[in-house]
Design a protein around this ligand. Structure first.
Ligand SMILES: Cc1cc2nc3c(=O)[nH]c(=O)nc-3n(C[C@H](O)[C@H](O)[C@H](O)COP(=O)(O)OP(=O)(O)OC[C@H]3O[C@@H](n4cnc5c(N)ncnc54)[C@H](O)[C@@H]3O)c2cc1C
Length: 497
């Protein structure tokens, strides 16, 4: 049984409705798709991974930061383990880089030793305190004034978009429906029991709702009369460097953390770039993803304390992500006011790492709340592999071109992405519907020119494959049109005359 994806018709009823198509909602959908249930995930944007899940550090944290006994501690360690088991089969790029928390003096070495003890309590394997020589041998470009570091071999890096898409695609392959461009606007509760969700496209009758709405999860809780928590957005800015920086760093380099955040880090990405960031600034507007001159200057200064020779001239883009802060821990569990309503809310870092483990506990909680969980023998735990042309040797590339000439047409020259990969990204069960959706899936437009060359060609391929006029292709969000028809253009001119 295959599910569906996109802005198609709404189901009139479902066993479970999940609100939010970030990495958390999609991981929950995948976990639920193991069972004989009708699962509908509602996402307000045209695609999955358009909220916090698209703008973060992409680190699978080892799990030494969180206080023992918290959800964060428990789910981080389990989540990191699950990615190691699942990533390859789901098509999620992951690299086991390990991570280092770098200390500059004796006081910071004590903090690092505390982190190690905390990590051991949390069940993180293999943690070691390294001296200066060990760190320099591993990271030749590191600042000369470091004293030592905490080495976490289970730290890793991952592609956050493909993590979300990988979970979503697998959920769809196993029967889940993901309905995009549809926002939940109200939740109906009768006698303290969830009975339906109201959306911008109609009503879905259901007795079980999972709130995975990220920055909007506080509002969604209040739709059911639950004001037990509030979300405060906390922005983090980044600078991304081109792949030409090469092996500037081999592993994730954290500074010794302060009370608010893990600090400004320098890290490789799974795709061979390097980034610096994020800072942590409390803001009011949950949509304010602007980068700022002050923020970027601050992260450059912070990153230079770890790697002084940052190649700033190779910076290709800046971006910001928003943490959904609700207090010290995740908000996970049944709502105190409405039966059948379960929160997976306030999922700030390490939420990307924890997502598959959050999926497990939410399913357990739904079962305890009365959802009948009957395992489906047809569940397929993996997605079919998708060739990444630029990662293959010449012979393998030649075989692909012989099998499909579209592998011979390079559309994105910066990242060597072929037309066949873009078509597959659009045609897959959780297929791209926007230019940025293509970028997040196959990296066309993610390189040095940031889509300046391939953007129009990707737009034309989207129009052709989706059977829509070119004026209907969007960049990312619902109204991010790239072109106006002559009639629309004339109307705009008149309106502004
Ligand atoms: C700067 C920064 C760095 C981070 N670094 C890391 C890291 O390195 N490692 C790590 O493990 N974690 C990290 N995190 C945390 C991680 O990114 C988040 O925990 C995770 O992405 C949260 O996913 P989510 O699904 O809860 O939220 P989101 O991805 O925001 O998804 C929520 C979705 O709900 C949708 N939605 C909201 N309201 C409605 C509605 N009414 N109807 C329908 N849909 C709705 C939104 O459109 C959105 O798509 C970082 C976060 C930030 C901001």
């Amino acid at each position: 049984m295959t599910g569906s994806f996109g802005a198609g018709p709404l189901s009139e009823s479902a066993d479970v409705v999940i609100i939010g198509g970030g990495v958390v909602g999609c991981a929950i959908a995948r976990e639920l798709s193991r069972f004989d249930l009708s699962v509908v995930l509602i996402e307000s944007s045209p695609d999955v991974a358009t909220g916090t899940s698209k703008a973060n550090s992409g680190i699978l944290h080892a799990g030494f930061d969180a206080e023992p006994g918290t959800w964060k501690a428990r789910l981080n360690v389990r989540g990191a383990q699950l990615y190691a088991e699942l990533a390859e089969g789901l098509g999620i790029p992951r690299k086991a880089t390990g991570s280092l928390v770098v200390a500059k003096d004796a006081a910071q070495m004590e903090t690092v030793a505390d982190l190690r003890r905390r990590g051991v309590d949390n069940g993180v394997p293999g943690l070691e305190i390294w001296n200066r020589d060990q760190v320099v041998a591993h990271e030749p470009n590191i600042s000369a004034d470091i004293a030592g570091a905490l080495w976490a071999p289970t730290g890793a890096i991952v592609c956050p978009f493909l993590a979300t898409v990988g979970f979503a695609e697998n959920a769809i392959r196993n029967g889940a429906r993901i309905v995009t461009e549809c926002a939940v606007t109200a939740i109906d509760v009768v006698d303290k029991q969830i009975v339906a969700v109201q959306t911008t496209r109609g009503r879905i009758a259901t007795r079980f709702v999972v709130n995975a709405a990220g920055l909007h999860s506080g509002e969604v809780a209040r739709f059911a009369g639950d004001d037990s928590f509030t979300i405060k957005p906390r922005r983090g800015e980044y600078i991304l460097f081109d792949r030409s920086v090469g092996q500037l760093v081999n592993t994730v380099l954290f500074p010794t953390p302060d009370k608010v955040s893990k600090g400004i880090l320098v890290s490789p990405t799974v795709h061979g770039n390097v980034f610096i960031g994020p800072d942590a600034v409390d803001i009011e507007d949950p949509e304010d993803k602007e980068t700022t001159a002050g923020g970027l200057a601050g992260i450059i200064a912070g990153a230079r304390r770890i790697v002084p020779t940052l190649p700033l001239a190779t910076a290709i883009t800046e971006f910001a992500g928003l943490r959904a802060a609700a207090g010290k821990d995740f908000v996970i569990g049944p709502s105190p006011v409405a039966r059948g309503f379960i929160h997976a809310a306030g999922i700030q870092s390490p939420g990307l790492t924890s997502a598959p483990a959050i999926g497990e506990v939410i399913v357990e909680m739904l079962g305890e709340s009365g959802l009948k969980l009957s395992a489906k023998p047809s569940f397929v735990p993996v997605n079919p592999p998708k060739p990444r042309f630029h990662e293959l040797d010449r012979e393998a590339q030649a075989r692909l071109v012989a099998s499909d000439p579209l592998f011979g047409r390079v559309i994105c020259r910066c990242e060597t992405i072929t037309e066949a990969e873009i078509v597959a990204a659009i045609q897959s069960p959780c297929g791209a519907r926007t230019v940025d959706g293509v970028k997040r899936r196959v990296r066309a437009g993610a390189g040095r020119c940031q889509g300046g060359f391939c953007g129009p060609r990707v737009t034309a391929i989207l129009a052709r494959e989706l059977g829509i006029p070119i004026t209907a292709v969007r960049k990312d969000s619902a109204n991010s049109w790239l072109f106006l028809s002559r009639a629309d253009f004339a109307a705009e001119e008149t309106a502004h005359a």
